[in-house]
Structures are given as C-alpha cells and as structure tokens.
Design a protein. Structure first.
Lengths: 313, 475
C-alpha cells in the first residue's frame, strides 16, 4: 500500500479516537463541575490541559467558564483537537484514502461527519449537551463497528489499530499526568472528599468508573487507580493494553512485509519496561517522571512509525 | 430563447405520441404514483450525499462539495440508433489517434494542406516536447469522451471531442446503480445494456498499453491532483473500482529510470499511469516549473519508453475548437471514409469574413473559446442581454482567433421529473470510448447531461446542469 495511504489511515483513526476522547473528557468535566466541585473554573482548566489545548484557549479567552470551554472543545475550528475539527480531519483523511476503506466504513465516517456537523452547527447549551455527547459516542461507535465488521485483516487494518492505540495511550497518559498529584500515595493520607472527587473524575474520563468497581472490589485508592490505568491489560484504555495493541499490530506488519523496522525495537523496549514494572516500583521511580517519559516515548514511537512506513516523502 | 421554437423531444413526438424506444418505460411510468416517485427522488439525493458522490466547485468556499442533481427519468436510446452512433464514434476516435500520431511525427496533414500550419504551430495545446515521441502501442488518447447532441430523428452532431481527460464516467456508473436500487422492477421488464463492465474494461485496456519494457503483470495507477480537485470523487472511484492505487505527485519519484510509488514496503514500479493531471502540471522539469502536482522527470522516463501515460501528453490539440472545425476532413484523410457523425457548422473567427458574419449575427450564435471547456467563457447569443452581447463583441474584435461560433442548435429534449409532472429539458450525450492497441470498447450509452432550467441550453454541471441514467436497449 502507498505510504501516504498508511499515513491517511493512521491519522483518520487517531482523529476519530481523539474526538471520542475529547467528548469523554467533557462529559467527566461537566459532571464534576455540575455536581461536586466548589471550583468549576479549575476543573475546566484541567480538562483543557488534559486535552492539550490550554495554550490555544488562553489566547482566546480570559477565564475558564463552562460555556467557553465547551464551545472551544466541541466546535471551535481554531482548536485543531475540537470534536468538530477532529471529525473534519478524520473525514478528510478518509476521503484521501477512500480506496483503502470498505464502502461501509467510508459511509459511516461520512455520515458521522454530516451528523456531527449538524449537531455542532450552533453553540451547545447545557440542556442539549448530554444528547450531543451521546451522538458523538454513537457515531464513532458506528465507524468502529463498520471497521471491525467489514475490513480485511491486512496491513490497512493494522494501521487503523496503530493509530487508535497511539492516540489512546497518549490520552490516558495525559489524564494521569494532569491529575498525578491526586494519585500520589501521600494523597491517601489526606483522604479528603476532594481527592475522592478527583479520583472519580479520572475514572469517568476513561469511562471506567463502573468497571473499576467491578474489578477492584471497591478498593479505591491512588495505588489501585494508577495500577488500573497503567497496568491492567483487561482495561482497553490502559497503557499496557494500548502497548500490547501496538506490539501486536506492528508485529503483523513485520510478518506481512517480512522485515522489521526501528519502531519494532522501540515497542519491544516499551513492552519490556512495562512488564518489569509494577505500581510500587512506579511510585518508587516517581509517578510524574514515569508518565512524562512514557508520553515522550509514545510520541517518539509515532514519529518512528511515520518514518519507517514512509507516510511522507 | 424564443418559446415558439419546436424542439425534438426524445420521449414524446406529439401530444400523446410516445416514441418507440420509450414505449415500455412510458407504460410503467403512467402507472406510477407521483408521490412515490417524489420520495424516490429524495432518496436518490440522500444516497448520493451519503456515499459522497460530490464534486468541488472552484471559488465557492462555503459550498465546497456539491451534488450533481440526478433526474430519475432515464434517457433511452434504441439499439439501432446506438449502432450508428458507436460506429461513428469508433471511426472518429481512430481518426483522432491517427491525427495525433501524424501531427507529432511527419505532419502529412499539414503538407497536404488540409489543416493550416499556423493552427498547429501557434497552438498552446501542441506540445513540442512530444515531437518524435511514439507512445506505447501508438495510442495517444486511450480514454475519449465524445460530446454528441441530437436535433431530430436521425440528426446527431458531434459538439466537441474530449481526447484529453474526459470526466463524468463515474456518474454514468453511479446513475445506473442508483436506478437499479430504486427501480429494480423496471430492469426486469425492460432489457437495458449494462454499463458496469467499464472499470474492468478500463483496467484491461490500460494494461494492454503497457510499455515494452514492462516485465510481468503491468502495474496500473491513477494520478490525481488531490482531494481538492473538482473531479476527485471520480479519481478515487475509478481507482477503487479498478483495484489500483490512487497516487498523487508526491507519492511518485524516478527510481532507476522508472516511475515508482512510495509504499509501506519500499518503492514499487508503475507501468501505466492513468493521469488526471493536466499536461502543464505533469512534470515541473519539462513543463510548468512551479507545479506541485506532477512528477519531476516523468517526461524523460516516458520518452525512454519506461512508462505509459494515459492519455498521452499533447492530446489536447485534438480538443481544440478550431481543429474541431477541420475534423470531418481529418477523419477522411486518415480513414479514407466520409465521417459518419456530422460536425456542427462552425465559423472560425480568425477568418475575416466569418468574423464579420459572427459579429452581424451574434444574437443567434453560440460563441466558444478555442481552448475553453466546462461551459466557462462562452456566449449563448439568444440568451444574452444587449449589454452582454456588446461586451462579447468587443472581446471578439480584440482577439478573433481565440473564438469559434456555431449556430444555436435546437438540442433535443428529454422530460425530467418535476412535482407538476414531466417537463422537457435539453440534453446532450457523452459516450466513453476505451482504446488499446488491438481493440476499442465503447460503453453502451454514456453520460446524459441535462439543463435543469427550462429553456436553458447549457448542460455543464458547473453551470447548474444535472444528469440522467442513459439506456441503450437490447434488441
């Protein structure tokens, strides 16, 4: 397949994943700001930070209000990571690589784009927000369903998974990065209601507040949450899960093409590191240090993949 | 437009008289519920939008992607009518290929004084870079769209030749798919010749034109200027349907004297490139140096016989509207036969007597730019205001050789579906021919374009025209 096509597929699925992640962050932020927080402004600021768009937001607005943050995250085309920009980018990439997609996938992404453009045409009020967020989730799920149900399991599919895995790992890591202080063991000594709220926010941002309880018997502590987000390979948004998804799909490419690339050494090293660590050694190393180096390596891996598979000339 | 003018309607030849090719369709139609059909028309539009069958209009930022309106009444052609048309097209396309070969080699036709030398020598569409170059199989135009209009029962005229890069074939295919989905029962009652083999035939035809240096199974690819091009949908559609890669200039480079595409597994050699990028942008080293759409050095690879470019560079000369006026002589010169399809009478404004005639009768004529296409820059005299006529006359006087003029043809009409029932609208027809060294394949029918505005004679999609499914009946 063309290097450009591989790149288009990869970015299409990164952007789709991003639109869904942004919606999830908004959902968690909105809920906390609404129900628990005495300081909604700092809640929205932290959502904007996690989405990686605080700098752009600050250039536009002076204060952190729900209305501004919502608009910026959902529909501002000046924000390259807003839901609207993401779906627009996903669809543009899909159009570019249309010959590599099944009709069902193309139609699903084209319909998502039409539906979300309509849903985000005017500012989204608080009343309408739940319905809009549900629509975003539904549309991205339709694309994902079409991918799993109709695409050949070949190199094209591998690149869809690689895009998803990298974007998702980055998202989960950034959620941890922004809230790391609430996950430090020292935080449990405080044991205040505030921390519980923060923990809930974290779990909601990855849509795992229910599954976490099922898996951990309601043993909610910084260590169990961090362990869950980083190491639990059953949880599809954990760093470990994403890392394995990358290892698998890069592995299929190597097998298919019959050659290994530098990115394979990088993912092997990442897998090795995660296997040799557990949550207490992460805390010994320093959670913040661990997370920032993970983000850095994850980005480097993405760039290496782009180069190894000739996304650009 | 004068309203008392009589036009040939292809469906209804009198108040209640249905022409023969339409008789079965009409029987079906009168039993149909208008409301059901209205609903079907809406369904078709939603279908086109969902599947992304759109085109981009240049200079319209807000409405970047538009649909070409689709009308659900088919345009129907009898098999015997088609037999004559396809024979005429085949002859014309053979003539054009022979003309192109000659014009870039010995130029016999100029020596014989059939076509004036200055028409070639001073023509931008004539590429000196192609002189002496023999494309693989001797074919210059592999994919041809011949625009045909009808004015009466047996009166067909070629309006223009599109030997360079004819577009619209994806609409021909999608229109049929849409009709099959909407009215399956029609196709079991009426036997219509299929068009769906086109992509398969295109791939086979292109592969048959592979350069002599090609080893093994020829690798075919489609070259597009990119997603912002007005015909991008068609480029991706054809690549997809043929099962070949859709490439852009920056995916390609010269590797060991061949053109290769950058893939995830390294560089892969391309043997036949169906390019939808204009000559001028094809190779920044040989043509427009600022082009970002082309492949530096591709012309050198081409001249060395290491790639087939379809259609060949320099074929645009055959589309020139001044050359068009010589086409019947050109065909006779190379085929030894009289042209089967007639030309529309054409006044070359470069000729002083013709220019005078054109200026005196501007309100009755259609005037076109010699190099123009897409309905841009043309004047439809009978539809123009006094002011428009005056402005155009000034342009004509300034550079007469830039223009040709033709009488306003009484284009045939075919009804379209409206809420108030059937309404006649003017149509044209673009059949598509595929040329390979040993065969020519003409898809039965082609693309029917229809002017949706009552009385309008301009059918171009960029000017508000729509399309219809085109049926050639089985015998």
């Amino acid at each position: 397949m063309l290097g450009k096509t591989a790149g288009g597929i990869y970015w299409m699925f990164r952007f789709l994943e991003r639109s869904e992640n942004t919606a999830r962050l908004i959902e968690a932020g909105f809920r906390i700001a609404l129900t628990r927080s005495k300081d909604p402004a700092s809640e929205w600021k932290s959502v904007l930070t996690t989405a990686g768009v605080l700098g752009q937001y600050d250039m536009k607005y002076d204060s952190y209000t729900g209305a501004h943050a919502l608009d910026f995250l959902l529909r501002d085309t000046d924000n390259p990571s807003s839901v609207l920009s993401s779906i627009e980018n996903a669809r543009t990439n899909a159009r570019m690589v249309r010959t590599a997609l099944t009709t069902e996938v193309w139609e699903a992404v084209n319909e998502s784009w039409m539906a979300l453009k309509a849903a985000l045409k005017s500012p989204v009020t608080e009343t309408k927000l739940p319905a809009v967020l549900a629509e975003i989730r539904r549309q991205t799920a339709l694309v994902r369903g079409a991918v799993h149900g109709t695409m050949l399991r070949n190199d094209i599919f591998d690149f869809t998974q690689i895009g998803i895995a990298l974007e998702r790992a980055d998202n989960t890591a950034r959620i941890i990065d922004v809230k790391y202080y609430t996950l430090l063991p020292s935080a449990s000594y405080v044991g205040s209601a505030l921390d519980n709220v923060q923990w809930e926010t974290i779990l909601r941002s990855v849509s795992a507040h229910r599954s976490f309880r099922w898996l951990n018997n309601d043993d909610i502590s910084p260590a169990t949450i961090a362990d869950f987000l980083i190491f639990d390979s059953r949880f599809p948004r954990s760093l470990s899960f994403c890392s394995r998804l990358l290892e698998d799909n890069l592995g299929y490419l190597a097998k298919d093409y019959k050659f290994r690339m530098p990115c394979h050494d990088m993912i092997d090293a990442q897998r090795e590191r995660l296997r040799n660590l557990d949550i207490s050694s992460v805390f010994d190393e320093g959670l913040h240090h661990f997370i920032t180096s993970f983000i850095r390596e994850n980005n480097a891996l993405g760039l290496q993949i782009e180069q190894d598979y000739r996304f650009v000339g | 437009m004068t309203s008392d003018r009589q036009y040939f309607d292809e469906m209804l030849s009198g108040a209640d008289k249905v022409r023969e090719p339409y008789s079965d369709y009409e029987k079906w139609f009168i039993q149909e519920d208008v409301l059901r059909l209205s609903k079907k028309a809406k369904e078709a539009e939603a279908f086109f939008r969902r599947t992304g069958i759109t085109f981009n209009v240049y200079g319209q930022a807000a409405a970047q992607e538009r649909l070409i309106p689709f009308d659900l009444i088919p345009r129907i052609i009898a098999n015997r009518e088609w037999a004559k048309l396809s024979k005429g097209i085949e002859q014309r396309v053979r003539g054009i290929n022979a003309f192109l070969y000659d014009i870039y080699h010995r130029q016999e036709i100029l020596r014989a004084g059939i076509v004036p030398v200055e028409l070639i020598a001073q023509n931008e569409a004539f590429l000196p870079q192609m002189i002496g170059v023999s494309p693989p199989g001797g074919i210059y135009t592999h994919i041809v769209g011949t625009d045909i209009v009808r004015t009466g029962e047996d009166d067909f005229f070629v309006l223009e030749d599109n030997a360079r890069t004819p577009s619209g074939v994806s609409y021909m295919l999608e229109n049929r798919e849409t009709m099959l989905q909407m009215f399956p029962e029609l196709f079991s009652q009426i036997k219509v010749q299929p068009v769906s083999d086109y992509p398969k035939n295109l791939r086979r035809s292109l592969a048959a034109c592979a350069p002599p240096n090609c080893q093994g199974k020829p690798c075919v690819a489609v070259l597009t200027p990119g997603i912002h091009n007005s015909a991008y949908f068609e480029h991706s559609f054809l690549a997809d349907q043929m099962g070949v890669e859709l490439v852009e200039g920056h995916d390609l480079q010269v590797v060991d004297g061949r053109i290769a595409m950058r893939t995830t597994e390294g560089f892969k050699v391309i043997d036949v490139l169906y390019r939808r990028v204009d000559d001028e942008y094809l190779d920044p080293l040989n043509f427009n140096p600022s082009s970002m759409l082309g492949v530096p050095g591709i012309m050198d690879v081409y001249r060395a016989g290491n790639i087939t470019i379809a259609n060949a560079p320099g074929t645009g000369i055959a589309d020139d509207k001044a050359i068009y006026s010589y086409m019947p002589d050109i065909i006779e010169f190379y085929t030894g036969e009289k042209a089967i399809l007639k030309n529309v009478e054409t006044y070359r404004c470069s000729d002083p007597d013709s220019l005078k005639y054109v200026l005196d009768n501007l309100a009755d004529l259609v005037v076109k730019e010699v190099h123009g296409s897409g309905g841009y820059g043309m004047l439809v005299g009978p539809a123009a205001s006094k002011k428009e006529l005056a402005t155009f006359a000034a342009k004509l006087r300034k550079s007469p050789s830039n223009y040709i003029a033709q009488p306003t043809l009484s284009l045939s009409t075919v009804p379209i579906f409206t809420k108030k029932g059937l309404a006649p609208r003017h149509v044209d027809l673009r059949p598509f021919a595929l040329v390979s060294p040993n065969s020519m394949d003409i898809t039965p029918g082609g693309l029917t374009r229809v002017a949706l505005k009552a009385g309008s004679l301009v059918v171009n999609s960029s000017q508000g025209g729509g399309t219809k499914d085109t049926w050639v009946l089985e015998d």
